[in-house]
Design a protein around this ligand. Structure first.
Ligand SMILES: CC(C)(COP(=O)(O)OP(=O)(O)OC[C@H]1O[C@@H](n2cnc3c(N)ncnc32)[C@H](O)[C@@H]1OP(=O)(O)O)[C@@H](O)C(=O)NCCC(=O)NCCS
Length: 198
């Protein structure tokens, strides 16, 4: 008798490397601690991410890597350009029905389209690998660059919530966004049209 094959869970997903035009996304290891701490130790990053403390030390990076390696609800990719770490993108499934996309880049790497490129790779991974119907994300109201990335990836604004930010030591308004599987699939299938003369 044929049995229903259950969809893959996050734990079953195999570690893999994602490749984009300019970036490699891979699981970070303890060998990356120094690079992660050096990149993350900037208030401009901490003030725009919920969980990053500031200052950010190697011990914080070690604790982050240990916690995420042992948590099947967290999928973390180190973003590399030319074999050099430039940031992190992650998928957090603590709320299974509302997996959350998050990302940050070292300040020296801002303004070159890297975050959009990395976010798109992580989004493709999430929808291709897992039986999820939507991805959520958020950006501080005072973070137009991140809002722009989410819009460029097809996320739709759903409202404003107050969220606590570790480095601020307080709560602040966050624009919330949602990308449905349907919208993602539609964008992926929207091939270029060509125009012919009469
Ligand atoms: C947000 C962040 C990831 C952006 O990285 P990035 O690689 O510079 O982003 P991209 O270049 O892919 O895209 C940014 C877009 O916002 C635009 N942008 C940047 N600053 C802007 C501003 N002040 N106002 C309006 N738009 C802005 C850029 O022009 C670009 O859009 P475009 O491609 O249409 O020109 C980076 O600044 C960062 O790590 N910030 C701190 C952490 C953070 O905010 N994480 C996101 C929270 S989940």
């Amino acid at each position: 008798m044929l049995q229903d094959i259950p969809p893959p869970t996050w734990r079953e997903a195999s570690p893999c490397i994602l490749q984009t035009e300019r970036l490699t996304l891979r699981r970070p290891t303890l060998a990356d601690v120094k690079a992660i701490a050096r990149l993350a130790n900037d208030r401009r990053i901490a003030e725009n991410t919920r969980r990053l403390p500031h200052p950010y030390s190697a011990d914080h990076a070690i604790a982050f890597l240990r916690a995420t390696a042992n948590d099947d609800r967290e999928t973390v990719f180190l973003i590399e350009n030319n074999h050099t770490p430039i940031g992190v993108v992650g998928l957090d499934r603590n709320q299974p029905d509302a997996p959350e996309l998050g990302y940050w880049l070292g300040v020296a790497h801002w303004g070159q389209g890297f975050a959009t490129e990395a976010a798109r790779a992580a989004i493709d991974f999430a929808f291709e690998e897992y039986d999820i119907e939507q991805l959520m994300s958020g950006a501080r109201v005072a973070n137009p660059a991140s809002r722009n990335i989410l819009a460029k990836c097809g996320f739709q604004w759903i409202g404003v919530e107050l969220h606590r930010f570790e480095a601020l030591g307080s709560s602040t308004p966050v624009d919330r966004f949602r990308l449905s599987r349907g919208v993602w699939a539609s964008l992926k299938n929207w091939n270029n049209s060509t125009r012919r003369g009469r």
